[in-house]
Design a protein around this ligand. Sequence first.
Ligand code: CP
Length: 315
Amino acid sequence: MSLQKSSPKGWTRKDLVGLKDLGEDEINAVFKRAAQFQKNFSASASKLKGELAALLFLEPSTRTRMSFEVALTRMGGHALIFSAQASSLEKGETLLDTVKNLEAMGVRFFVLRNRENGVIEELAKRSSASFINAGDGTNEHPTQALLDLFTLKEAKGKIAGLKVVIVGDILHSRVARSNIFALKKLGAKVALCGPEEFLSPDLSALADETSDDLESALNHADAVLCLRIQRERLESELHFTAQNYFKNFGLTEERLRKHASSNCVVLHPGPINREVEIDSQLADGPRSLILKQVSNGVFIRMAVLSLLRLKRSRN
Ligand code: CP
């Protein structure tokens, strides 16, 4: 798999469907705008005045859906919450027809989470509205990776040259995939770690190291991105119990103190499963950036919405 490194300066896209094809300049354009909103919240006040955005979450979500809703509210836009179970999807209407009907009502932004890989990209091609991928199957979750890296850069002052270890269920993780794409574009060293059944050959090909031994993977780590086991995507029973998983791959303060760099920080996209992939002392302790990620998620989503709005206004 090859990754595009450069792109035209700034933002030129109608949609944000993934980070695989995004250039470093575009990632930095999002970071720059998010930092502006973080510094001066009122600067964002009417950036989306009068705009309608449909939030179509066809899989469960707390952080992503609510932070898009907060971002839209802060910017003077309107978030239209779509409930799949209460919609005509239940009567057999297609997702494309659903999008076309909402578009006919004046919706110009779609924030979509979907169980199948690639569907959001296809919808975006067939619509003049702007699409944001809020997670599609095991493919990508671009705004999550952008907020992860924005938070990491804020904590460390840089991304280039850092050793970032991604631990857990990499195979089923759209968060891991988007993070690996972006981390490599920004010059980080990426190490992947998990039980063999959770490792992904195509992502290992992009990483600098892959291991099923947590303690060696943590060696000289500057940051660890911890992932939960995506039980909803498993096709067969696991070969280990939650207790066994924690024993071999659970992140603890003691493990980090012994093996990682002294200032190693911990990220997790959430939801966290305490005492399965991470212990509570670490999740709630001084190394943890977990709630900072959530706060920054609002700024990143505001930045993405604002760049897409700017692009639309220039057409
Ligand atoms: N990180 C993340 O996508 O969380 P939610 O599933 O709660 O949106």
